[in-house]
Design a protein around this ligand. Structure first.
Ligand code: PBG
Length: 331
């Protein structure tokens, strides 16, 4: 054939390919979500092979090991005993609650780590919802926001560097910003779950925390998976209300939304590769149907290519370990 263009010439060797590689990934882009519980031993999470509910001591060990491979930010999710769950989730702002205690012990031991906290009531709610449930089943917005503000301030007091509201109540970013500022925490950042979808991919996470809704679903507050334009509306509100960073969740099935936010904001964009995405990849790899050290980097690179600056992923430590020992090269 007489071709003037042969794109394959630009793919002929690793060196030539690396000349024009557009996307790169390094441990600094990864944030590690950790499940914690108040018990002396760790507990496996069946639907998330390789992830555990960590004891307070194991959390420190996990963070130490992660820091060694370059993972520097962590977000904590507490499994709360049923006895501490209430309809208004008061345990969420207990100064001696599990998250608050964990923040203090991690900060003291590893001051260099960046600690992120999730703001929502579901781990503490006897109804398993992110907000307060009225007798008729409605999720109360403004009453919930008042509790979320107390939760955020209590996390900041315990040492959180970044507060990440995942509840999807209206007006919570502005209200939390104001509460943090009034309490003297103008330096604490807000990473908003801006476009958080009502997704079935959260199933294993709800197993991990035993936090599934007792009735109904989350469709009156989380976004409809059919929608992208609505993400722009949430983005605009979060920016006006003072969010420092915005997030899309889940990640893999919502790459178009990541790219949409990337094109429409100057703020850093985060994406959350959620529990169901982890479980799918892990299950296929454990069966030998996919190769873990190939498919995990590809899944993360795709999320970066779509426009995410930061990725929350349960593969964070594993991925950073592979990059460090040379198993995986990411640009
Ligand atoms: C709680 C919250 C959820 C996740 C993060 N924060 C679950 C939910 O909204 O039901 C899911 C994370 C994951 O699936 O990995 N508001």
């Amino acid at each position: 054939m007489s071709l003037s263009q042969r794109p394959r010439r630009n793919r002929k060797s690793e060196t030539v390919r690396s000349f024009h590689r557009e996307t790169w990934l390094s441990p600094q882009h990864l944030m590690s979500p950790l499940f914690i519980h108040d018990a002396s031993t760790d507990e496996d999470i069946v639907s998330m092979p390789g992830c555990k509910r960590l004891s307070p001591e194991s959390v420190l060990r996990e963070i130490e090991a992660s820091l060694k491979v370059g993972i520097e930010s962590f977000v904590f999710f507490p499994a709360t005993p049923e006895a501490l769950k209430t309809s208004e989730g008061e345990e969420s702002f207990n100064a001696n609650g599990l998250v608050q205690q964990t923040l203090r012990s991690v900060k003291q031991r590893f001051p260099e780590a960046t600690l992120v906290t999730d703001v929502a009531l579901d781990p503490y709610s006897s109804d398993g919802h992110d907000g307060i449930v009225a007798p008729d089943g409605t999720i109360l917005n403004d009453e919930t926001v008042a509790v979320l503000c107390k939760q955020a301030v209590s996390q900041a007091e315990a040492g959180a560097d970044i507060i990440a509201p995942s509840d999807m109540m209206d007006g919570r970013i502005g209200a939390i910003r104001q509460s943090l500022d009034e309490a003297g925490f103008s330096n604490v950042s807000i990473l908003s779950y801006t476009a958080k979808y009502a997704s079935a991919f959260y199933g294993p996470f709800r197993d991990a925390l035993d936090s599934a809704p007792k009735s109904g679903d989350k469709k009156t507050y989380q976004m409809d998976p059919a929608n992208a334009r609505e993400a722009l509306r949430e983005l605009q509100l979060d920016e006006e209300e003072g969010a420092d960073m915005v997030m899309v969740k889940p990640a893999g099935a919502y790459l178009d939304v990541i790219s949409l936010l990337r094109e429409n904001t100057a703020l850093p964009v985060a994406a959350y590769q959620v529990s169901g995405e982890y479980a799918m990849l892990k299950a296929a790899c454990q069966n030998g149907w996919l190769s873990e050290e190939k498919v995990v980097p590809e899944s993360l690179m795709a999320i970066r290519r779509a426009g995410a600056d930061i990725i929350l992923t349960y593969f964070a430590k594993q991925m950073a370990t592979w990059m460090k020992d040379g198993t995986v090269h990411c640009g």
